[in-house]
Design a protein around this ligand. Structure first.
Ligand code: C2E
Ligand code: MG
Ligand code: MG
Ligand code: MG
Length: 282
């Protein structure tokens, strides 16, 4: 667009880019307002053991936009990260999850569940992150063992020493730690032995073709073995078919999550699923 030809003035104005910038600024304002106006929602997706009984759930963020409907996290979390809005949003997520865990203690069908919360890199990097977590747990008077934090490889490997210090403090306190999207980062193996993890989550990209792609099957088996040898629980995400489930079961995967069991759903639907799944498998 901007051409430096002859005596022409270099023009940076690009209507498309201008529109994109304006849309971004508008969305930032809207997201800020969304947080204040209670438009953020947590959806809950069940995690089952290998006999298909509910053992835990993952809290997944949604934005209930008044005009645009339900917006998935990948469409606003990157912006939230860039603008720092992820910090108050992350605070809200943690607080809402702990409040939910507190409510579940009165429900015999739910009181055994652990609840996993996704933590963004920026949130985790905060100096007082550990205190934020312990404060949320104490505010709602829950058992810290019921709360699980999902961190990605890149979050943890960014500043490994600082990450290990925080993770050790959290583990000492009792909170569970899971490594999300496992296998998609790199150089993870050499660091894995130093990380105080309770769980690794096999990324859905390995699960997708686990029944048809021998390479993916080998990756899954290797990750399950790794988990066993490190005495870390292994969960597979993105399980969509019976065939994938059977293969993962055969490979010794202890926990599973995916559309086969349930999509992420609002709390009322999640609790209905729990009560219905109480006596039978999901
Ligand atoms: P993630 O933590 O790896 O979550 C798994 C994603 O896979 C979720 O997408 C979930 O809905 C989806 N999923 C679950 N089962 C299946 C399946 O069987 N098939 C397929 N194709 N997908 C499945 P979602 O909810 O759109 O979340 C996307 C990502 O956004 C999450 O990936 C996580 O990184 C991030 N995220 C979600 N909630 C939060 C949050 O509260 N805070 C932060 N910082 N990030 C969040
Ligand atoms: Mg996750
Ligand atoms: Mg994941
Ligand atoms: Mg993922």
């Amino acid at each position: 667009q901007a051409k430096n030809s002859g005596r022409d003035v270099i023009r940076f104005f690009d209507p498309d880019m201008q529109a994109a910038i304006e849309a971004r600024v508008a969305m930032e304002e809207e997201l800020r307002a969304a947080l204040e106006n209670g438009q953020l929602r947590l959806y809950y997706q069940v995690q089952v053991d290998n006999s298909r009984h509910a053992q835990s759930a993952e809290a997944l963020l949604r934005w209930a936009h008044p005009r645009r409907g339900l917006i998935p996290p990948m469409q606003f979390i990157p912006l939230a990260e860039e603008t720092g809005l992820i910090l108050p949003i992350g605070h809200w997520v943690l607080d809402t999850a702990c409040a939910q865990l507190a409510k579940w203690q009165a429900d015999p069908a739910a009181r055994h569940l652990t609840l996993a919360v996704n933590v963004s890199a920026k949130q985790f990097r905060q100096e007082d992150f550990v205190q934020q977590v312990t404060a949320a747990v104490e505010r709602h008077g829950i058992n810290p063992l019921l709360l699980k934090l999902e961190l990605t490889e890149s979050t943890v490997l960014e500043n490994t020493d600082d990450a290990i210090t925080k993770m050790s403090a959290l583990k000492e306190y009792g909170v569970k730690l899971s490594l999300d999207d496992f296998g998609t980062g790199y150089s993870s193996l050499s660091h894995l032995k130093r990380l105080p993890l309770d769980q690794i989550k096999i990324d859905q990209s390995f699960v997708r073709d686990v029944t048809t792609d021998n390479g993916d099957a080998v990756m899954v088996m290797t990750m399950v073995d790794l988990g066993m040898n490190f005495e870390v629980e292994v969960i597979a995400e993105g399980v969509e078919t019976e065939e994938q489930f059977k293969a993962l079961q055969r490979y010794g995967c202890a926990s599973l999550q995916g559309y086969l069991f349930s999509k992420p759903v609002p709390i009322e639907q999640f609790e209905a699923l729990l009560h219905q799944g109480k006596r039978r498998q999901l």
